[in-house]
Design a binder for this molecule. Structure first.
Ligand SMILES: Nc1ncnc2c1ncn2[C@@H]1O[C@H](COP(=O)(O)OP(=O)(O)OP(=O)(O)O)[C@@H](O)[C@H]1O
Length: 458
């Protein structure tokens, strides 16, 4: 069977299963191969594959049969559709191609030779701003305005799926639209390494160096990847210095602050801290709700019949507290369901169809974990934490652990007090207030609280 036969089968499927179903489920499939009676298709999620197989598998097989194709089984395999991953797995160009392409560098972001393609959806317009990301957003906006380089590098860091890549792409699009002549290069640290190794192998280090040193704006995503990779770090360091010397803007992202990336050379670590280091905090309820509302509006502009009962989005924002990618995945599943059943999405439907995601997000942090992690972090003994000792080096970790217990568990003040050596609930209230106050005044305390929270929620 060929792609053409699949094209013919698809055409008929449009009428047999209906336009909505076709657009939602069949159109996104990519035909991979057909061998030994098994037709293989690429899907974006295993859910999509399961759904197509269960609901339209027989119909697809029937169409193949009608076209005289001996297919008796369908296979669906998940293929990543993240642009930077796709770019990372592209076969390496031959040396001639490397040179030829280098000679015709283009300014359009999605044609950039050195970098990876940019995602059209990741713009400032589609980025929802809330308390946890407002500083990162403001810094990104500032850099995207262009003009004299004010902070270099801009270092964005935060947990998985909190919008680092989105912001970097948004900067690139904005810079490109303001100044089309700028050469903006975005790539992941992994791709940087991959291109570096390729240049070494092909004896094209001079080209590599001059290409990277001639860009106007360099963005490197997930820089923690090069930690422990000595020669890549070395090359990165030289590229970094050369660009900074020329006052070219550099934007870096990582999952941790520069000082926390193990295996990163000290000279790189300190250089990464030269500019502005900003943190994307874990999302809060309001931000999650804002993101969900924005996505629903967007989807509704294409599919007007979409109806979602009151309370469904609030429920999702409340229950799915990890990264935005998971939140988006949940919503995409609901959209698919809405277009399939052609009815309003109710809370019950959402609970049922998202049961697996909700279960995963339900991971509860225990009091025990909080106490153990806090002791490890401050290097104090559990027995001290529970003791009546009031010296500051014990009292502060204890207050922090109480504060974390209040933030991360459903325990009441008296319950928390009881776990901390039978203390009164007023002691816990005082501890929570104290840490809230200190967080606002003392950046070290704020950082400790954030670090511990992340470690516990990971
Ligand atoms: N504030 C936001 N507004 C709108 N969409 C967002 C926001 N934050 C994250 N997203 C979306 O969440 C998804 C994940 O974001 P992104 O890929 O930028 O995360 P990341 O921080 O780079 O994660 P990773 O560490 O895995 O690389 C993207 O689809 C992005 O558009």
């Amino acid at each position: 069977m060929t792609n053409d036969t699949w094209g013919q089968a698809r055409e008929t499927l449009q009428t047999t299963i209906g336009k909505n179903n076709y657009q939602t489920w069949i159109e996104p499939l990519t035909f991979v191969s057909c061998e030994g009676g098994v037709a293989e298709f690429g899907v974006q999620t295993s859910f999509q594959g399961d759904w197509v197989s269960r609901n339209f598998g027989d119909e697809i097989l029937r169409q193949f049969d009608k076209l005289g194709e001996p297919v008796d089984r369908l296979k669906f395999s998940v293929q990543s559709n993240r642009p930077r991953m796709a770019a990372a797995t592209k076969p390496s160009p031959t040396p001639e191609k490397f040179l030829k392409k280098s000679a015709q560098i283009t300014n359009a972001p999605d044609e950039t030779i050195l970098g990876a393609p940019l995602d059209k959806r990741f713009t400032f317009d589609s980025f929802v701003v809330g308390k946890p990301n407002e500083l990162a957003h403001a810094a990104a906006r500032r850099v995207a305005e262009g003009g004299p380089v004010s902070f270099n590098p801009l270092f964005l860091y935060g947990g998985v799926g909190l919008g680092k890549t989105h912001l970097m792409h948004a900067i690139a699009w904005e810079l490109q639209s303001r100044s089309p002549e700028l050469r903006v290069v975005y790539l992941s640290a992994e791709q940087f390494m991959y291109r570096f190794i390729q240049a070494l192998r092909d004896k094209q280090m001079m080209d590599f160096k001059s290409l990277f040193r001639s860009v106007d704006v360099l963005m490197v995503d997930d820089v923690q990847f090069i930690a422990g990779k000595d020669s890549t770090q070395d090359e990165f360091f030289h590229t970094f210095n050369a660009l900074i010397d020329q006052q070219k803007q550099i934007i870096i992202s990582a999952d941790r602050a520069p000082g926390e990336i193990d295996g990163l050379e000290e000279r790189i670590r300190s250089r990464l801290q030269w500019g502005l280091v900003v943190d994307l905090h874990p999302t809060d309820y309001e931000l999650r709700l804002g993101i969900l509302q924005q996505k629903v509006e967007l989807y509704r502009s294409q599919y007007q019949e979409l109806k979602i009962s009151d309370g469904v989005l609030e429920f999702l924002a409340h229950r799915i507290s990890n990264n935005v990618r998971v939140l988006e995945g949940a919503l995409t599943r609901l959209f698919a369901l809405a277009s399939l059943v052609g009815r309003e999405i109710t809370l019950e439907m959402a609970q049922e169809s998202l049961a697996d995601i909700l279960r995963q997000s339900d991971r509860k942090v225990t009091m025990d974990e909080i106490m153990r992690k806090t002791c490890d972090y401050y290097n104090v003994r559990m027995s001290d934490l529970l003791s009546p000792k009031r010296s500051r080096n014990i009292a502060r970790p204890r207050q922090m652990a109480m504060w974390l217990a209040k933030q991360l568990t459903q325990r009441s003040y008296p319950e928390i007090g009881k776990r901390f050596g039978n203390r009164d609930h007023t002691t816990v209230i005082h501890a929570v207030r104290k840490i809230d106050e200190l967080k606002a005044q003392d950046s070290q305390v704020a950082e400790d609280a954030e670090m511990l929270r992340r470690m516990l929620e990971a």
